[in-house]
Design a protein. Sequence first.
Length: 523
Amino acid sequence: MRVLRLLICLVLLGPAMVWSRATTRSRGGIAYTIRIPRPQDHKAEVSVRIPTEGQAVLDLMMPRWSPGYYAVQDLAARVQDLAAAGVAGKPLKVEHPAPNRWRVRAAGAREITLFYRLDCPSHFVTTNLVTGQMAILSGPATFITPVPFAGRSYEVVLDLPPGWTQCATGLEAAPAGRSCHFTAPDYDTLLDCPLAAGAFSTHTFEVGGIRHELVDIGDYGAWDGARAGENLATVVKENQLFWGRLPYRKYVFLNVFGPGAGGLEHQNSAMLSSMPPPEGKTGADFRWYSYVSHEFFHGYNVKRLRPVELGPFDYERPPRTAGLWVAEGLTTYYGPVMAVRAGLGTPEDFLAELSGAIRRLQQAPGRLKQTLERASLDVWDEGGSGVGGDPDKGVSYYVKGPVVGFLLDARIRMASKDKRSLDDLMRLAFRRFSGRTGFTEAQFRAAAEEVAGTSLRDWFRRHLASTEELDYREALDCFGLRFAAPAASGQPSWTLEVDPGAGLPQKARLADLLKARRADARS
């Protein structure tokens, strides 16, 4: 009976989906309508128009992982009541051969309509949330697609419940101009653009003639979103100066307030989980700007400049790469660096963040058991996307990666006699390898040697492929730093501070690392 009711629902939805019939005439076009009839039930209903292109059988798939989050997830477990219909709502046979796979017998239909519900009980950067006030939808957890999906185009309409007036996403608005109607040229783009709907506060700013939105969603208390947007504009400007351009036509910060924290990068948006400011505060602290800066930097480093294994994606078979020390580790190094350069923190703030990473690394017995390369390659086996492993057994590229980035920055500066830095390596790699090309480990290391002007073969062996203790002496001397005195227990503090005896060249290097490149460009 329940399936029968769902099929009747498919028939009744027909008139509301006339727009999709027109848009799917082009080969392979797929159109989704997402409805939230009872937000308090924490569910969304998805109906999909799929042209069969003469196929008797359609295989359908939901991803098993989300790009940027390196862990397998059973996203299909939240799919309920899936059914399919042909012409005039004729029921079609649906098989379920694998947890994330479905097979529809098209029975000669030129087009089928697929219907399913999504259980959306809680927000995470890769999962869905529906409440009485809002909906947060992640692409991989939402969009079932025919496979293969190459050459398909996609459209999405959000049919909002009464009182909901806004939608936000990195997707392009459909030319027809209908509210909450979006298009994607391919499945990768569709999955890469999370969607938000409900009633929220949007703060806009322009950098380089490009519109940026900070969308504050949820119970954000006394949060000053307008001020946060102004400050994020300086982060965007610093990245524009660093990389030389803004590689998108619009950008959206989806800032969801609630318990927990975390973020996920996308080509032209970021999904952020934020805590409301504490009582008596209205603005963000340095750590928040550092965290958002990290996600924005990812728009260049990993979404465009990437290890060759990270694209094109197979959403059912997670890719293994040794390059997450670049994609995640160096991004973690640059998060606080770019926030300080944007004027949102001090050198002391940066040193505190870096000290925290060094301390976590040096206090983890696993640093002597797992190399940085293995931490990247083994992440799919350990769970938690690089942050959930056992520190007694291994290391995290989020912890050792930025520390190695700091040491590599110093090595390049010293080897090149202050003519080059890690900045130059990142820009060279971006020019050479971004886009569809990607880089191999060997290519990135060769680029580093090119920038440094010397062989780094043994340096990379020790820092990436060995469990030897890291030697901090060169970096401390390079930037005029030292570790503060040991704690009362006699254990090393691993707290970086400026060495009172630092000379002018050392102070100049630290200033060069953290200063804004062109203060006059901030307007």
